[in-house]
Design a protein around this ligand. Structure first.
Ligand SMILES: Nc1ncnc2c1ncn2[C@@H]1O[C@H](COP(=O)(O)OP(=O)(O)OP(=O)(O)O)[C@@H](O)[C@H]1O
Ligand SMILES: [Mg+2]
Length: 226
């Protein structure tokens, strides 16, 4: 199994108040799945994604990624797993503003050098990033800055960046939340294509039009799966 969550709970502590964001979530996701997670605002979707993405640790429960225990690993080990295994796509794109599309896409290659032991030259990194931009139909936008791109183009740059290290998993938190219908459909077609090539996609969305691209639908309410 690619991802196994066993009775995961997450409780945020804000001053004296405890907020139970996840209340015993158990879930298995296989390699190559395309899963949509739906639920109302505040139901725990982002919290769940942060745990699956190793950005945050559960309060209790067990998380196995590729059958290996994640809970209790050092910060450094977690960062390495994140870099190698997971590409993130966010609603607000999160691109570096004063940097070209190309440089945004190249960036994870620099973070990753030394981790995987792969040592691409500067030229090879650039070449790889250009090829990824080309796949996403952005060859003629490589030297544009994010402010010079449409929302849909910015999100495609973000997807190129998420995929450049060839992670087996893409986590997308409302990736079409800031896009119009046409751009949203283009983004979903991109995810669909990468999923057909074997990448596991976990997508959070409010919209059933978007969720229908996934092959499995998971509903969450008040921190519990339905
Ligand atoms: N860092 C935090 N500290 C305290 N409480 C938090 C924190 N992050 C989230 N919460 C609370 O946990 C609950 C779940 O939040 P979460 O962000 O996972 O919801 P969501 O389903 O992603 O909502 P949305 O659709 O609005 O993005 C909410 O009640 C929220 O207020
Ligand atoms: Mg959220």
């Amino acid at each position: 199994m690619l991802i196994t969550l066993n009775k995961i709970t997450k409780t945020y502590q804000v001053g004296e108040i405890e907020i139970p964001a996840l209340r015993g979530v158990s879930l298995s996701i296989d390699r190559g799945e395309f899963v949509a997670i739906m639920g109302a605002s505040g139901s725990g979707k982002t919290t769940l994604m942060n745990i699956i993405g190793v950005l945050d640790q559960p309060t209790a429960g067990q998380y196995l990624l590729e059958d290996k225990e994640i809970t209790g690993l050092s910060r450094n080990a977690l960062a390495q797993i994140r870099n190698k295994k997971i590409g993130f796509v966010f609603q607000s794109f999160n691109l570096l503003p004063r940097t070209s599309a190309l440089e945004n896409v190249e960036l994870p290659l620099f973070y990753n050098s030394g981790i995987n032991g792969d040592s691409l030259s500067g030229r090879q990194k650039k070449q790889k990033a250009l090829e990824m931009l080309k796949r996403l139909g952005l060859s003629d936008r490589a030297y544009h800055h994010p402010s010079q791109l449409s929302g849909g183009q910015q999100q495609r740059v973000a997807i190129a960046r998420a995929l450049i290290n060839q992670p087996p998993i893409i986590l997308a938190d409302e990736p079409t939340g800031n896009l119009d219908t046409k751009s949203s459909q283009e983004i979903m077609a991109v995810f669909d294509q990468f999923n057909k090539e074997g990448i596991t996609i976990i997508l959070i969305t409010h919209e059933s039009d978007i969720a229908k691209y996934a092959r499995r639908l998971i509903h969450i309410r008040d921190g519990q799966l339905l």
